[in-house]
Design a protein around this ligand. Structure first.
Ligand code: SDX
Length: 435
């Protein structure tokens, strides 16, 4: 077989031919079906070989046609379209359609999609009682995770996940309602009454309305901020098999409903090593405070005291293309909102780090979280809302990954193996006999 692997087991002298599995194009990587390794046995009663890959550093858990990342070349494409073109020419709802349907919508398809999402933005009034129960200083991500999971109890039909029509209805509901819950969580945290959706506004315009509407009859969102948020949402919409997408797929593989799957993915995103990093970047910049303290801080990072938040990536070993766009965008937004000392500090931190052998040798570059928080802060968002702003657009990506998993014949319930390193069989010891 031309595209195959020949493995020789030196324990037995046996050789094995393993087939290779390719992506759509040769340069999209090749893999060996791990199940084939089980043929490699040292004896007849041997379980056979497994691959050991903690944190899936080099394991393809699925085939996917949604997002492609080339970490060495700093490429990110949604369904083949580059993130640069989509950020410049598209809108978030159109990108959400693209991720979920696989093609850019026609005008009629986009209009129907926008209509569906716009008319699902309200949440059941009982949800407010649930949200009111949170402490005033409850982290909005904790409110979001819990309330999205609670939506599952309002839509029991969502458990019929094999019914495509039922799936699409929940997809519309989730993309539409997550911003409402996010905005209500913010309003709860500042002791303000909830501001209801305004169906005359765009997706991001309505989100800004639900966040910042005061006593005016109709909130008029700033068009520059509305567009900036739309681009931020496009940049954050999907990122192939990241930690939270893996959570979405894993929980979804047990055929749980999409609400609890999105809640699980949101919980994974909240971690400071993942989407929670954007909040930590701002706290880090506030702690550094001034440019002259940057060298000392970098030394402490290199000594292993803590990580440079917003730097490094499992896949990108080059500049995260989203960080490039966000860096330029930060300057534009700050023209509207006013100068931000943290932007200058962030740029100085990046300059020094990218000249330092510790970061260069480990190919650590700014990632999506390094500049996004600076923009969010300039737009008036409190720091603990930053991961929430990541979760809103990523809901579309998680749902695309979930739907693709359910429709993939190769997939079944996620249940990894292990290499057991514990005790062999041993007899129970009565407590009086234990030393
Ligand atoms: C996101 O996966 C995705 O696609 C995620 C995401 C998405 O869109 O979904 O892109 C969003 O989560 C971006 C990442 C946000 N997280 C952070 O900014 C937190 C800081 N970065 C890291 O902790 C780290 O870089 C990770 C978690 C992002 C990646 O971790 P890896 O791939 O497991 O890398 P590693 O921990 O094995 O690090 C390799 C080396 C280590 O040094 P050595 O042990 O070899 O000496 O690099 C060092 C690490 O100590 N290192 C860092 C560092 N990141 C890695 N050192 C200092 N500061 C850092 N930020």
């Amino acid at each position: 077989m031309p595209d195959s692997l020949t493995i020789k087991d030196n324990r037995t002298g046996q050789t094995y031919e393993l087939p290779m599995l390719y992506g759509t194009y040769p340069h999209y990587g090749a893999a060996i079906p791990a199940a084939e390794l089980r043929r490699i046995r040292a004896s007849d009663d041997d379980f056979g070989l497994m691959s050991y890959d903690p944190a899936f550093m080099n394991t393809a858990s699925c085939k996917s046609a949604i997002t492609h990342i080339d970490g060495d070349r700093g490429i990110l494409r949604y369904r083949g379209y580059t993130i640069e073109e989509l950020a410049e020419k598209s809108g978030f709802l159109e990108v959400a359609y693209l991720l979920l349907h696989g093609e850019l919508p026609t005008p009629a398809q986009l209009q129907e999609w926008q209509h569906q999402i716009t008319h699902h933005t309200m949440i059941h009034e009982a949800t407010k009682k649930f949200m009111d129960g949170f402490h005033h200083n409850a982290h909005p991500m904790g409110i979001l995770v819990s309330t999205v999971a609670a939506l599952s109890t309002f839509y029991p039909e969502s458990r019929h996940i094999t019914d495509a029509e039922v799936r699409w209805k929940q997809i519309h509901r989730l993309i539409a309602k997550v911003p409402t819950i996010a905005a209500f969580a913010y309003r709860h945290s500042i002791g303000m009454p909830y501001a209801y959706p305004d169906n005359d506004l765009s997706y991001t315009g309505n989100f800004l309305n639900m966040l910042f509407k005061m006593t005016e009859l109709k909130h008029k969102p700033d068009p520059v901020l509305e567009r900036a948020l739309d681009v931020l949402f496009i940049l954050h919409a999907d990122h192939e098999q990241n930690c939270s997408a893996n959570a979405m797929r894993s929980v979804g593989s047990s055929h749980a409903d999409p609400y609890v799957c999105v809640a699980a993915a949101t919980a994974a995103l909240w971690g400071p090593l993942h989407g929670g990093a954007n909040e930590q970047v701002l706290r880090m910049l506030w702690e550094i405070r001034s440019k002259d303290r940057v060298p000392e801080y970098i030394q402490r990072v290199k000594a292993g005291e803590f990580r440079l938040m917003g730097f490094g990536h499992r896949v990108y070993k080059n500049y995260d293309p989203r960080a490039k766009i966000l860096k330029e965008m930060a300057t534009q937004v700050l023209h509207v909102t006013g100068k931000s000392p943290v932007l200058d500090l962030a740029m100085e931190l990046e300059r020094i780090a990218l000249e330092d052998e510790y970061f260069v040798s480990r190919r650590l570059y700014p990632n999506v979280d390094f500049y996004s928080g600076i923009i969010y802060q300039a737009m008036g968002f409190p720091v603990d809302m930053f991961p929430v702003l990541f979760a809103i657009p990523r809901t579309a990506g998680w749902l695309a990954q979930w739907q693709e998993m359910l429709e993939d014949e190769d997939q079944r319930i996620a249940r990894p193996r292990q290499v057991y390193t514990g005790a062999d069989e041993r007899r129970y010891v009565a407590i009086e006999k234990r030393k």
